[in-house]
Every structure is written in C-alpha cells, then in structure tokens.
Write a protein that binds this ligand. Sequence first.
Ligand code: GDP
Length: 299
Amino acid sequence: EKLKEGLVKTRDNLVQKVDAIFSLNSNLDEEFYEELEEALIMSDVGVKTTQDIIEMLRKNIKDKRISDPEDAKGELKNILMDIMQRDKNLKIIPPQFPAVFMVVGVNGVGKTTSIGKLAHFFKSKGYKVLLAAADTFRAAAIDQLEVWGQRVGVDVIKHQEGSDPAAVVFDALQAAKARKADILICDTAGRLHNKKNLMEELRKINKVIEREGENFYKETFLVLDATTGQNALLQAKEFMDVSNVNGIILTKLDGTAKGGIVIGISNELNVPVKMIGVGEGIGDLLEFNPEMFVKALFD
Ligand code: GDP
C-alpha cells in the first residue's frame, strides 16, 4: 500500500496513458507502438530502454501471435519484471554477518536520510546496527547522521569535521567487532565534481575495510534521487567509474512522475535497485520488489 501511495505520481502519469493505449488500440498496430514508446519515454524509462522494451514486445507479440490488448499488456508487464530481475541480487539482507555497507552518493540525494532509514529497517528486523560518519567534509553531515542515530537508537562512530574518513571507518570497524554489531553502515563522501579526490578517498576506505574487516561481508550502495530522472542514470555511470557499486537506493520516488527511471537503471546499468524511498518518514524506505512495483504501477 505504501508502495502504491509512493508511486502515485508515476502511476498517474504512466498508467492512464498505458491503459488508454492498450484499450483503444485493439489491433496492436504501429500507432500502438508509437504511443507506448512516447508514454514510456515520458515516464523517464529512457530512450534506449524504451527501444529495448518495444523491440521485445514486438517480438513476443509476433511469436506468440497475440492480438488481445489485455494479453499484450500482460506481456509488457512480464518484460518489465524481467528487466528488473534478470541476473540481479536484489536482496538487501546480507547472506552472512557481520556485514559492512558503504553508502555513496552526491549531497542532497537523500543519502543521510536513507542511511537512517536503512538502520531502522535492519534494527526492526532484530539486527544490531552501527553507523560510521565517514562523510567528514561537512559538519552538518556528521550532525545529521547523529540525529538519525538517536532517532533510530543506534550508535554513531564519528570524528571531527575534516578528519580522515578512512580513520573513521577504521574506528567503526573496531567498534563493530568489539560490540558485536551485525551490520555497519558507513556514510561516505559524494563529491563527484572532484572525481580524483573521491576515487582516492573511496580507495583508502576500501583498503581499510579489506584489512580490518576481512571477515565482513561487503557491499557498496549508491544513493540516487529519482526526481532527477535521466540525470540519475548519468550520475550512476560516473560513480561506477570510480567505485564498485553493488546496489542502488533510489530515493524520492513519491515526489516524481519519473518512476520509470527504475526500469532504465535496471536495464542500462548492471546494478540492481535494492531499496526505494517513498517519503521522508523513518519507515519510508522499502525493499524493492519488481513484481510489486509492476503491480503497483499497473493493477
Ligand atoms: P543528503 O545530502 O544526500 O544526505 O540528503 P538528505 O538525507 O539530507 O536528504 C535531503 C532531503 O531529501 C531531506 O529533506 C530528506 O527528508 C529528503 N528525502 C530523502 N529521501 C526521501 C524520499 O524518499 N522521499 C522524500 N519525499 N524525501 C526524501
């Protein structure tokens, strides 16, 4: 329900059009494909992904000799689900413990908020969570993480503003071991405009994690803002140049009609969307489930 509410803008934008397209065009002709293409692009699915989808749909409709628009719509839903699931590890719960998650993303995308929500998500499942304030560039980032730590009821390891992020992560790993934390989440910097520094900083943090967290399960999540549409995709590509990214946390889906970006990201980057943000509240970060996503959009 929360998902459906969060997707209401995308749904209004996409579904009404899709419904019209699939009901009016009983004969699945060229006009049908053109209108569908336009609707997908308008929802920020992206040009390339839209073309991929249309091509697959054409093929399936032909191969399966589909003539009923309802069946064609079912086919479209299957294609979308397949794009979001294909060869992807969508699971957010780590397969082993302890685990350390690095979270990257540029300022303003909702990184700190998402880390707070993520801490709450794991804590409410019974895991012991620890946060590391390794985005030391802005004092506000450290303070904000601290506020989230208090709200959620988890400890935050921090140093002063301007201190070495790798040193914060070092301390946090020691603390995680000593306190027997299940999951350590590290807030790291996202100064994409200075790629060389960012790369160096992330490399140093990774080195510390390799050395001090050798028995930790490790993943890096990139936080992207859905309201930025196709820019989110470009940002992801930039980050993937400088660091290894295992999963996407896509925020602010509630504030946008551009929810189709989920499909574009899944198709164009070989990275799963693992969590989606659908509001500002502590519980407004949901595990991403492609089947439910497609259902929330179309049913
Ligand atoms: P950061 O600079 O990347 O750490 O961004 P913040 O975590 O400070 O978030 C920036 C703003 O986005 C805050 O006002 C958050 O409440 C808001 N925000 C984050 N995630 C979501 C979301 O999923 N939905 C909505 N509506 N707002 C969000």
